[in-house]
Design a protein around this ligand. Structure first.
Ligand code: DLL
Length: 429
């Protein structure tokens, strides 16, 4: 079977076909939202726009944004565009601050989602009949159940592990011999350590694909993971407000950033401050409009995720998004210099003799903010090599980011380990 034979029709659309489908779906979505969600009736009326005004794809810029606060204000079911009885599934974001954000799916939405997850998992190189170990958390989080349905829709075998219980995960990977694993990149690091603790060489397992997302991770982390496990690692992106995982996903043959599944989601990049649309190729905040969602259409959702839209490669008509740099609310401003935890990751993981486990601590001393990087050494490295590695890390951060930070070694195993999304930054100010 040639490679393209496994693509679905939408993945093979020409640009003209795709744009025509997007416009038709955008017009439907805008009308559906306006007519069925009082929040959208109010917000469109206030902005002086009507569904009839959307005549071209660029007209999306006339529509007002939707924010997380808007969704919270409609808690729990105010954003639903269909009667509650037609909503077959609810998910919710954890909501570390305030109310959680609730999302809902009709039967057709669940079909769309599992089809897109199957497409994403296939893009990473998994095929019908393969076995997938699913270590994304099950429950209100969209990761576990979203991946689960996609694995089944593809015709692969799902091992529904959920997160945590790492010793058991390692045992079942050894016993069941899965072809692929799905979890967050930092949880995979935890699993790698547990394999070593169990005397298993992580490079010797049956795993040949890892589909990783739900938190930012860098190409350097990809190298670390691919090298430790001898597999292909692909990036999967999504957010519950838009559908969950599977809004965009990376193709294993190019590994050059997730392809946005543009037949179902219209991406834009806007300036974080002004909200003005930015051209493709420019970094800014990702904004998404759903194109087919029935239960909860979302118009121009501000994700806070920073990325760049790039031309399509493996799926030529669909744009890619550059790997996420971070969320604009995770940006650290250290004495006037903006920096993201991913920039430190990119540097730290390239230095031999350090482990991939590090934590950033922000404190305030005198009038100054101070950033301490706590990093665990590679357990096999000598003391003097680790001292040198820390000096190098500090110097590279200064040279490449422009910030003076303090680098401190942490004893092996002392930093918090991830079981899902890892919090890299502790703000003690
Ligand atoms: O994290 C959905 C998901 C599950 C994606 C499993 C991929 C895999 P939320 O909990 O709503 O949904 O969090 C969404 O997580 O706005 C990003 O800030 C971040 N995020 C998700 N995927 C990636 C990624 C899920 N591949 C928020 N790279 C998003 C960087 C990501 N950040």
């Amino acid at each position: 079977m040639t490679y393209t034979a496994v693509l679905d029709d939408a993945e093979r659309m020409s640009l003209d076909e795709l744009r025509a489908v997007q416009l038709r779906r955008l017009q439907w979505t805008v009308r559906h939202a306006y007519e069925n969600v009082p929040f959208y009736t109010r917000s469109f009326d206030a902005a002086g726009v009507h569904p009839d005004d959307i005549r071209a794809l660029d007209d999306v810029a006339m529509l007002p944004f939707t924010t997380k606060d808007d969704l919270r204000a409609e808690y729990p079911f105010g954003m639903f565009a269909v009667p509650r009885a037609q909503v077959l599934r609810i998910h919710a974001s954890s909501g570390t601050t305030g109310r959680p954000t609730v999302v809902g799916y009709t039967r057709q939405d669940l079909d769309t989602w599992s089809t897109l997850m199957a497409r994403s998992i296939r893009a990473a190189g998994v095929r019908p009949g393969d076995m997938v170990h699913n270590a994304y958390g099950y429950g209100l989080f969209t990761g576990g159940l979203g991946a689960h349905a996609g694995i089944e829709a593809l015709g692969a075998t799902v091992v529904p592990m959920s997160g945590g219980n790492t010793v058991r995960q390692v045992q079942l990977i050894r016993d069941f011999q899965p072809d692929a694993i799905m979890c967050t990149p930092t949880y995979l690091l935890t699993i790698v350590d547990a394999m070593r603790d169990a005397g298993i060489d992580p490079r010797s397992t049956s795993l040949r694909v890892a589909i990783l997302g739900a938190e930012p991770w860098t190409d350097q982390m990809r190298l670390t993971i691919e090298e430790s496990l001898d597999l292909d690692a692909c990036d999967i992106y999504g957010l519950s407000e838009i559908i969950g995982p599977g809004v965009a996903s990376e193709c294993v043959e190019s590994k050059d950033g997730p392809t946005v599944w543009e037949d179902h989601f219209l991406p834009e990049i806007v300036d974080s401050e002004s909200g003005m649309p930015l051209p493709d190729g420019t970094q800014g905040e990702l904004v998404f409009t759903t194109l087919t969602k029935q239960a909860m259409p979302v118009i121009r959702y501000r994700t806070h995720d920073l990325s760049t839209l790039l031309p399509g490669t493996s799926r030529p008509a669909m744009r890619r998004m550059a790997k996420i740099t971070g969320r604009n609310d995770d940006m650290i401003i250290l004495r006037g210099v903006n920096l993201f935890p991913t920039q430190i990751e990119e540097i730290a993981l390239a230095i031999p003799d350090l482990s991939p486990h590090f934590l950033l601590e922000l404190t305030h001393e005198g009038h100054l903010d101070r950033l301490t990087v706590r990093v665990e050494p590679d357990p096999a490295a000598s003391h003097s090599a680790v001292v040198e590695a820390c000096v190098l890390l500090q110097r590279e951060i200064k040279a490449r980011i422009g910030s003076t930070v303090t680098v401190v070694t942490a004893s092996v195993g002392s930093l918090p380990r991830s079981e899902g999304k890892l919090k890299r930054l502790v703000d003690l100010r």
